[in-house]
Design a protein around this ligand. Sequence first.
Ligand code: ASP
Length: 320
Amino acid sequence: MHASSGSVLVVHGGAYDIPLESHEAHVAGCRDGVEAGWAVLTSGGSALAAVEAAVRVLEENPTFDAGRGSFLNAAAQVELDAIIMDGRDLNVGAVAAVQHVAHPVTLARLLLTESEHAMLAGAGAELFAREHGLPICAPEELLTGRELERWKAAHATGKPQAWEPWGAQPHPSDTVGAVALDAAGNLAAATSTGGTFNKHPGRVGDSPLVGCGAYADNRTAAVSATGEGEALMKVVISKLVCDFIAQGMNAQEAGEAAIQILAERTPGEGGVIVLDRRGQIGIAHNTPYIAHAYVTSSGEIVTGIQAPASNRNQRSDDGL
Ligand code: ASP
């Protein structure tokens, strides 16, 4: 792969206490996602197209809580949230609680380009998908045996554990996201999720909320977040990162400052990937792990499960 004049791409595959046996799958999935987005950037595609392509691959991978393989809600249904944002003009497309769309990030992008609305939910979002010829899928296509078993085991107790936003038990958080800078200097961000396990039907997390699950502004940065949605939305974490960058912080400092606010003001945990307008990368989290991958300016793919300190505070054109 060749470097694409200043292009940078970062993806994440969730931030939590990712079990050791699942590290490899998370890292491999992030690599696949970053490769798909990078192929778009190197063939002259936009940052917006790149983040969509990366997230689509992550949605297809059942390792993650997005698209196929998503957690089930309390009614044993998959309900998906997604957002995509264009840093050129702050245009945003977001969908919430959709059940029959395999690639909610694509539905979100369709909304961004084809509608005067910024966000659609539930049946209305699916109607929009139908109106624009997006494939509608059967619920089984998004369902995996692993998630059905997880749901059955929880409900077999007769008292299924309601997910507590900041309960004592750590909970999985396999949401996916991507941020990109293209050769034209434009930023974009996208995030996609099945939300939290056993959530109340209709629950919408931070992921599709502008400034929470993602934000992109060519003047500052592109950010995608993951973690405890009820906490992340309270501090509007992705916009918070961009505001810190506007104040002069670098990408890593801004990510860490926002996570610090999250920790101080809520009991929640999460992580962010950050890409500023100069191509500087930040990866910050107060969870044990954050699965991620990025491409350096030389085209080398770097993957990880925890942001290594040695990768911090460096510009992408320094080779990271
Ligand atoms: N933030 C997502 C939500 O609360 C979950 C996650 O990041 O995994 O819906």
